[in-house]
Design a protein. Sequence first.
Length: 159
Amino acid sequence: MKEIARLIAEAHRTGHKVLICGNGGLAAEAEHFAADLMGRFGKGVFIPCIALTANTSLLTALSNDYGYEEVFAHQVRVLGQRGDILLAMTTSASSNIIRALKAGKEVGLKTVCFCGPSSPDFEADFIFRSNTEDAPAAIQQDMLSVLHYIAYNAKRELM
């Protein structure tokens, strides 16, 4: 996980941001992680990021216009710039998350995916598979601990 913290710190040093997405409870975790990076969590360093889950008007418009499978990929294509990071979370390799990761690669983002232990293989620069039981609540709890570790250590790298 230190590699991901270093990756985020380096992106910040070079003027880039972090895009974050997830479904259901992980949508809330995306927003929680954004708050940790941009707020005072851990250290007084503020890392620019966008939770792609936070704009309900946009989410519903994109879902209506392009289908829910494209809701994050479209945002990645519009907001992402080469050198940014996409951090995606899923307990079951949801199709909208897989499409977001593919869009991230197309745009030139570094991609990080947090997923459940039985998620199928997919392409990302870094993949963190939860080693907890295959229950969404346990997987999400596992991810939250790791995300706190990453946020704290990314900020520590920048001090």
